[in-house]
Design a protein around this ligand. Structure first.
Ligand code: FE
Length: 280
């Protein structure tokens, strides 16, 4: 189903590029928004710079990606504890705000913020408002010179976020490329129907149907969801292996081997700590 949401925060125009790459996101646009106006005006509203916000307008397929997942990414990609100053610009245009278009989304958003709050030691400064008029901007590319600076900042915010939401063991495996001890993971023998998602960002990774029993000591899968993972050569520990990463958030999941015992003959050897199982 086609759904919409609008995010505001510093650097988000550049973050549009990040959201563009997320599976399930159908369209993004950058522009300005001003708060909801109660009085109807005859002429179109041209907001002055003081009350307009730089925003990213996102259209997504709610069957492919949920609002909660998008919120998680929004929090992952910027610092929600920094009031008006994520980096260089200290202006009101950068106040972190989520604009909802459907009333039902308001509760989902406030529930999410409530849930995420305890993970931060600083206060979350995030406004939730009903969307007003959106003005798309066409020449946003002139801002792109800041991209390299932002890449670094996005990375920092992402690490900060993941340090909050992952357990220390999960952080070690997923962000420091660690490995859980063989036969220690909680999903080795799980055979219920459902979906295995990335423990960091929630991306769907493996169907329970693709799980098979192997004697290696880690959950094994013979197939991943299309475009959900990224394979990279890993030269650590004096071996050449294929590392499996989450395509969306870049977290380490495990390794890929060619010794699968099923039809595909491949084996995704994945740390339980990197997975979150949801029962069908
Ligand atoms: Fe992920």
């Amino acid at each position: 189903m086609r759904s919409e949401i609008i995010f505001a925060g510093n650097g988000l125009w550049e973050l549009r590029v990040v959201f563009d790459k997320i599976a399930g996101v159908l369209e993004t646009q950058v522009g300005y928004i001003c708060g909801q106006r109660k009085k109807k005006r005859k002429s179109p509203i041209i907001p002055d710079s003081a009350d307009r916000m730089e925003v990213v307008y996102i259209v997504y397929d709610s069957q492919k990606i949920t609002l909660q997942e998008l919120l998680k990414l929004f929090f992952m990609f910027h610092d929600p504890t920094a009031p008006n100053r994520q980096g260089f610009d200290k202006e009101a245009q950068y106040q972190s705000t989520i604009y909802y278009l459907k009333q039902a989304d308001k509760k989902i958003i406030s529930d999410f913020i409530k849930k995420i709050k305890p993970f931060y030691d600083k206060k979350i400064i995030m406004h939730v408002k009903k969307a007003g008029m959106f003005q798309p901007v066409k020449d946003y590319k002139k801002h792109y010179h800041r991209q390299s600076h932002l890449d670094k900042q996005i990375e920092q915010n992402k690490e900060q976020f993941l340090r909050h939401v992952l357990s220390p063991e999960q952080y070690r495996v997923m962000r420091k490329k660690g490995t859980e001890a063989p036969f220690s993971g909680k999903y080795i023998y799980t055979d219920e129907k459902g979906v295995y998602r990335c423990a960091a960002c929630g991306q769907k990774l493996f169907k329970s149907d693709s799980k098979f029993q192997s004697s290696c000591g880690w959950p094994s899968f013979d197939e991943a969801y299309p475009d959900s993972t990224l394979i990279r050569k890993d030269f650590s520990h004096f071996m050449i292996r294929d590392e499996v990463l989450c395509r969306r958030c870049g977290s380490h999941l495990g390794h890929l081997f060619n010794d699968g015992t099923t039809e595909t003959a491949i084996r995704y050897c994945i740390n339980s700590l990197a997975l979150k199982f949801t029962k069908k």
